[in-house]
Design a protein around this ligand. Sequence first.
Ligand code: NOJ
Ligand code: CA
Length: 554
Amino acid sequence: MIKDLWYKNAVVYCLSVGTYMDANADGIGDFQGLMRRLDYLHGLGITAIWLMPFQQSPGRDDGYDISDFYTVNPAFGSMGDFVEFTHGAKQRGIRVIIDLVVNHTSNEHPWFQEARRDPNSKYRDWYIWSRKRPPRANKGMVFPGVQKSTWTRDPVAKQWYFHRFYDFQPDLNTSHPAVQAEILKIMGFWIQLGVSGFRMDAVPFVISTKGADVKTPREQYDMLRDFREFLQWRVGDSIILAEANVLPRTDMQYFGDDGDRMHMMFNFQVNQNLFYALATADTRPLAKAMNKTEKRPASGQWGIFLRNHDELDLGRLTKKQRQQVFDAFGPNPEDQLYDRGIRRRLAPMLGGDRRRLELAYSLMFTLPGTPVLRYGDELGMGDDLSLKERTCCRTPMQWSTEPNGGFTKSDKPIVPVISDGPYGYEHINAAEQRRDSDSILNWTERIIRMRKEVPEVGWGEFEVLKTADPAVLAIRYDWRNNSVLFMHNFAEDPREVEFRTGVKGKTGERLVNLLTADHSRADENGKHRVCLEGYGYRWYRVGGLDYLLKRTDF
Ligand code: NOJ
Ligand code: CA
């Protein structure tokens, strides 16, 4: 196996330029501002940035409605600023991956404008039309409760067009060879400007058959191979991270049996069951989800996350499980969204409880895959439920106690900065947390530092160990003649568990704690007994700290 697949053992940080830092005081974050924060990110220890959409856009879905794929939205800066940014990141050893939003365009995109105006335009076929209102027009909405249908009549074209998402996001006809060629061109363009790959938006919809007469959409998986082939031919170490909330039985279709499709996928299955476990202290469904998603090509990788910029989608849990998560983390109607999720940020969901935050983060860093953390979560930032839909968890980064949290010198930030109350910038900000060695920011920095020295998580094989207590999850990873073992207690009260490491001989008898000085030795029967405090966690090396002397090269 190739040793230097960077994404197998990366720490990804996702941010949107518009809410990170505003250098020119117009209230909107920009690339110059982000550039000035690269040293902060470098210090935090992250190794890759996932940058959310920043291209020209009317901004009706936070940039996921693009009106020109080949420009930077002037509000964020110029193309020159963008290249300065990717260069600055590269100098610090930080990779940049960007959103690739090609399932649809904005309805203001010139392609759509021309398509609707002129039936003979070459762009007409780039979208999906129907003369009559299709019978399934009120099915398949991604944003139920907000989005009324998936087909809308366009008065100019005098036809109906298909939109999987909002009506201002007409779907591209992604089966059309010209559209596919354009998608490759878009990738080629940004790759040339210094990015290391893409977080591909809405992949199942991109590869789906679309049209008024399509009863059961079919996924055209070969398209994924074409994307990858093109990308890796242009720049060998660039990757695609797929947003595909699909069932475990189709995972391998996305990775490809030979690892010839997507490099990475977000593990939504583990994400939802993780929140179920956090809510109920029952880790069994989580262990099941981990085992079900274990299979992946050696070069493939899961993205492990807690919260992202969207709602916490619980649609894959059973009704009863979902209700339990709602009850624990988002009981009020205003906490919930689209009949399936919670729109809150992590810290308020966990009641700001430091023990639970550490537990959740420790899991994000030790579940099988590559951690993807959301900006502001390293501070325990909160949300603003007075903002609509998903905007509530997209408020500006809180840098200091300066006005507007140091995000902008303007008094009109693009989205209000959270102020007052326990999550206001007056309390939660990077500057104060830097001074406090016990802050969540410094904790995160230390845990990232340790995580980078535990490549077993990214590369190794794992096994969920038997502990006889469903509240305690124990995982062992093996890689290159080394093993690490992680334990997490999801219960509020202390739990004592007995277990075997599963590693034979003398090595398995010793567990060296990587975070504190409390180590464990097995009894004469080879069993370890560990007492975990409420919400406690342990990171162990199996055997001892001579592990690097024992590591094999393959
Ligand atoms: C998924 C993105 O994460 C979400 O924010 C967006 O609204 C939709 N795709 C449409 O692009
Ligand atoms: Ca600005």
